[in-house]
Design a protein around this ligand. Structure first.
Ligand code: ADP
Ligand code: ARG
Length: 346
């Protein structure tokens, strides 16, 4: 990275929200500001400057980043979530409020269901600004809290340090573990000291998992084969409550759960299915009209920035802030019902 604190040169065809909202005026106003953890504008934008194909391009180093650099973050939050600076967030993790019968009881379309939330520990910097010692402490505290879980949530914490190449490759291929070397995270400072301080906790069945110190300090995940969305949500809600007994998470009445990427603020929830839609895949215009109507996002089957294989897609809620967790899952459920109906008609 150039050592100079100069306005970055984006190519004319750059489509990220960073290049859209980082005007020269905003840059001049923010370029010498710093949060109390020493996080600067240059740190916040480095991922989008280095990766000009970013969709968003910015990361926060701490909760304060969202106010110190509000001139840049606010319009991004507004465009991504439709959420304004005076709006407030509401949380609802009560499974009784969710109306989500299995959209595919015969198992013809939905392969698996997964719901995750991001969480970060209160009063600590986020991953892009955390120190090595703080990160290792998070790993210690969180793994100790997880090792205390019982019944169906009981499991084991596996640190990345010392994990064999073949074990981690298999966990990644099976959709359980995060990938190494993501270039967006790398430029955001989120891969510093890799692999130290990172790891994965899971129960024997691998239906409940926690990623430690990836993009967020915790990614709490519930997943299983098939389309029983409510069961997956219920397990997740129970797990969150249990972990909250031991760890206090960073939460603000305005932005909800604080995460390093502004797309994850609020509920920090992504509820997805892996679903086979081979016929609809041949008509992406119709496919996209349905996903847009239901506020859904389409990803490939190896996660973000991957491609679909064999007509199988990862379909998830797009909105996360200003809507409750129940609404996020409801968006996904209702959209999946509409997608299956369309696929059947083709
Ligand atoms: P995140 O979920 O944290 O936003 P990714 O999009 O990279 O991150 O997904 C993480 C992993 O979870 C990937 O291996 C992805 O294939 C897997 N995954 C996502 N949704 C499902 C699902 N419904 N069933 C099985 N695996 C899934
Ligand atoms: N920084 C990446 C981009 O702008 C990812 C943004 C959303 N995804 C995420 N995992 N936070 O394209």
């Amino acid at each position: 990275m150039s050592q100079k604190n100069e306005f970055p040169n984006f190519p004319a065809d750059c489509k990220s929200m960073l290049c859209k909202y980082l005007t020269k005026e905003v840059f001049e106003e923010l370029k010498d500001k710093k949060t109390s953890n020493g996080f600067t504008l240059k740190d916040a934008i480095n991922s989008g400057v280095k990766n000009i194909d970013s969709g968003i391009g910015v990361y926060a180093g701490d909760e304060e980043s969202y106010t110190v650099f509000a001139k840049l973050f606010d319009p991004i939050i507004q465009e991504y979530h439709g959420f304004g600076p005076n709006d407030s967030h509401k949380s609802n993790l009560n499974p009784d409020d969710l109306d989500a019968p299995n959209p595919d009881p015969e198992g013809k379309y939905i392969i698996s269901t997964r719901i995750r939330v991001g969480r970060n520990v209160a009063n600590l910097p986020l991953g892009p600004a955390i120190t090595k010692d703080q990160r290792n402490q998070v790993e210690q505290d969180v793994s100790a809290a997880l090792n205390n879980l019982d019944d169906k949530l009981a499991g084991t914490y596996y640190p990345l340090t010392g994990m064999s190449e073949s074990v981690s490759a298999q966990l990644i291929a099976d959709h359980f573990l995060f990938k190494a070397g993501d270039r967006f995270l790398e430029a955001a400072g989120l891969n510093r000291d890799w692999p130290q301080g990172r790891g994965i906790y899971h129960n024997d069945e691998k239906t409940f998992l926690v990623w430690v110190n990836e993009e967020d300090q915790l990614r709490i995940i519930s997943m299983q084969m098939g389309g029983d969305i409510k069961e997956v949500f219920t397990r997740l809600a129970t797990a969150i409550k249990e972990i909250e007994k031991k760890v206090t998470f960073s939460y603000s009445p305005h932005l909800g759960y604080i995460t390093s990427c502004p797309t994850n603020l609020g509920t920090a929830m992504r509820a997805s299915v892996h679903i086979a839609l081979p016929k609809l895949a041949k008509d992406m215009e119709t496919f996209k009209a349905i996903t847009d109507k239901h506020h859904l996002q389409i990803r490939g089957i190896h996660g973000e920035h991957s491609e679909s294989e064999g007509g199988v897609y990862d379909i998830s809620n797009r909105r996360r802030l200003g809507v409750t967790e129940v609404q996020c899952v409801q968006d996904m459920h209702d959209g999946v019902v509409a997608l299956i109906e369309k696929e059947k008609s083709l």
